[in-house]
Design a protein around this ligand. Structure first.
Ligand SMILES: [Zn+2]
Length: 372
């Protein structure tokens, strides 16, 4: 099976999220895998929002898991110079929404899986988790983990765009909405009202002084916080009785998101602010010294012109929720053919040479897990 051709076929399915509508794309991939001998289950977290779980192996020990998401982000406001769905090529470049993030990664592991199916069936084998709804809060992966639909796995490869560099994790993502309330009054008599925007200004001042319980991680660096949006007030001549901000925090291992929410609530309680968590994806991290991670580093070395250094990637992935679904203690790497700098960009493209490298690499990792 040609992974480049499969990438182009997947690009033709419009899986822009919102609304996602991954059903047809998931069915298409499920059909290919079923024909190759995998047992395939489809799971919808909402109508047409289909993830699939495909397994092959003799059950002797937990399989290796490869995962990817079929949804993509919207095309953006800037016009594209290429057709986003036609799989246009130019030299080594394959253009399209999702070419890098991450239909090429899915195509690479599906191509390797189909090719090795016979051999993998006789060992611990392979589990493929192809999710819907990743781009907005990892909805598909959360559904599979929350409903215990994943079974067991011994390691995870998240085939997100890394240019085939193996990353050992990423920060967690905790988003909050913070609300202040007041009492409205005519703008000419502010002393009669209670200004929610003024309260929010104090809240933002308090947040600037907030200290995370873990200040730094040896590989990931520091956790971060950003006030992303602010809304409040209806017109200039009224005292606003409501203001809201949203807060994007990126966390490192050791910071529990529930505890973080409570800390923010306690910090801001004197302002009368209410804190609500709106997005929750845990951090993902595997010690680089882990034996399997070292095998992955070894396998990647020929493609990178040197042995990889332990690094983490800036974006978050389904890997964190899947790891939770598998019981929490297995190693994971983020490794795929896409170009990390082109994810979510206008005129997104993927190197076809890298797609072929990924097929080689994934074949190697699937076989390494299931020695003949
Ligand atoms: Zn992605």
């Amino acid at each position: 099976m040609d992974a480049r051709a499969l990438t182009r076929e997947l690009l033709a399915f419009n899986t822009i999220n919102p609304p996602g509508m991954e059903y047809a794309c998931a069915q298409y991939l499920g059909g290919i895998l079923e024909k190759a001998g995998f047992s395939v289950e489809f799971h919808d977290f909402a109508p047409q929002r289909t993830s699939l779980v495909a397994r092959i192996g003799n059950g002797s020990r937990p399989p290796i898991c490869f995962t990817g998401h079929v949804d993509t982000v919207p095309l953006g406001a800037a016009p594209w110079t290429r057709d986003a769905f036609a799989g246009e090529t130019d030299g080594d470049r394959l253009y399209g929404r999702g070419s890098t993030d991450m239909k090429s990664g899915i195509a690479a592991f599906v191509a390797a899986a189909v090719e090795l199916a016979g051999e993998l069936a006789r060992g611990p084998g392979l589990l493929l988790v192809i999710t819907a709804g990743e781009e907005i809060g990892c909805e598909g992966a959360k559904y599979l983990a929350d409903h215990a639909l994943l079974g067991a796995a011994g390691a995870i490869v998240v085939a997100e765009p890394t240019g085939n560099y193996p990353f050992v994790g990423h920060k967690g993502l905790a988003w909050f909405e913070i609300e202040t309330r007041g009492v409205t009054a005519h703008g000419s008599m502010p002393e009669v009202g209670d200004n929610a925007i003024v309260k929010m200004a104090s809240v933002i001042g308090d947040l600037e002084r907030f200290r995370f319980p873990v200040e730094s991680h040896p590989v990931m660096g520091k956790p971060s916080m950003n006030v992303g949006t602010i809304r409040g007030g209806l017109n200039t001549n009224s005292v606003p009785d409501e203001a809201r901000i949203t807060l994007d925090t990126r966390t490192v291992p050791g910071i529990d998101h529930g505890h973080l929410c409570e800390s923010l609530q306690a910090l801001l309680a004197p302002r009368g602010a209410r804190v609500r968590q709106i997005v929750d994806t845990k951090s993902l991290y595997t010690e680089p010294a882990n034996e399997w991670v070292q095998q992955v580093f070894e396998a990647c070395t020929p493609f990178l012109g040197g042995r990889p250094e332990p690094k983490t990637i800036t974006f978050s992935t389904d890997g964190a929720d899947l790891k939770r679904g598998f019981g929490g203690s297995i190693p994971a790497v983020i490794l795929g053919p896409g170009e990390p700098t082109l994810a979510h960009q206008t005129d997104e493209w993927c190197s076809m040479g890298r797609i072929e490298q990924s097929v080689d690499l994934f074949r190697n990792l699937m076989r390494g897990w299931s020695p003949r």
